[in-house]
Design a protein around this ligand. Structure first.
Ligand code: HEM
Ligand code: HEM
Length: 180
């Protein structure tokens, strides 16, 4: 499918983490949407909530690894090269995405703790230590920030995907192949 040599692409770890993050983010969104449609008494509701928590926490773990890899390894060149303005816009968008992927799970952990919702370690059944004590006022605030950022992020991802498709099908450069 690709005619790029490995050195022209992101590293295997970077590519794997990019697509696994997409999967985990999708699971987090789908789980929270399903949960929203469930009755409060539904027997699967606590499980679906934990799926949201752990998908989100795995995004956090992966983004830390991704930022480290990004810092350690030069980014493979886009051919033909972008104009300085387009390159700057892409860079700003990527920094924004990394920032959301770091902040959103942390806001979620604060929202869960303030709401008295435990994050249960699968198989072990023990709860992670809560970041803060239960508080209705803080729960409202963190949930609001977490929800707003969650909704804004749809637009950022939409822009990112549109840019990737534009590179591949309109500009016909190697941007997408570098991530495949
Ligand atoms: C990238 C990761 C994440 C994304 C994209 C995300 C997204 C969302 C969205 C869109 C909602 C709002 C649902 C609504 O409209 O009612 C939500 C709710 C929530 N999320 Fe996350 N989330 C992430 C990670 C986490 C993590 C790691 C935790 C905690 C460990 C968490 C805890 C919560 C809580 C407590 C709620 C409120 C649920 C309720 O209504 O009771 N989230 N999340
Ligand atoms: C939740 C969804 C997604 C997130 C959070 C995300 C996140 C990111 C981030 C942070 C980068 C920057 C990598 C770096 O240089 O450090 C990136 C690069 C890239 N992503 Fe995504 N991505 C998502 C979905 C997609 C999808 C669906 C596509 C393809 C249609 C895609 C295609 C690309 C491409 C081609 C690059 C390389 C861009 C470049 O080096 O200029 N991404 N992505």
């Amino acid at each position: 499918m690709s005619n790029s040599s490995p050195s022209e692409r992101y590293s295997t770890a970077q590519r794997a983490l990019h697509w696994l993050s997409l999967l985990a983010i999708t699971v987090a969104y789908v789980a929270i949407e399903i949960r929203g449609d469930m009755a409060k008494t539904h027997e699967w509701r606590p499980f679906v909530t934990q799926v949201h928590f752990w998908a989100g926490l795995s995004v956090l773990a992966m983004v830390i690894a991704r930022i480290y890899l990004r810092w350690r390894r030069p980014t493979p060149a886009i051919v033909p090269a972008l104009s300085p303005l387009a390159a700057r816009l892409a860079g700003v968008t990527h920094v924004l995405i990394y920032a959301v992927l770091l902040v959103q799970p942390v806001l979620g952990m604060f929202a869960a703790a303030a709401g008295g919702k435990a994050i249960i370690v699968p198989l072990l059944g023990i709860a992670l230590p809560a970041l803060i004590g239960k508080s209705d006022a803080l729960e409202d605030r963190f949930e609001e920030w977490h929800e707003t950022l969650g909704e804004l992020f749809y637009w950022v991802i939409g822009l990112h995907v549109a840019a990737a498709l534009w590179h591949h099908f309109v500009r016909r450069d190697n941007t997408l192949r570098r991530m495949m």
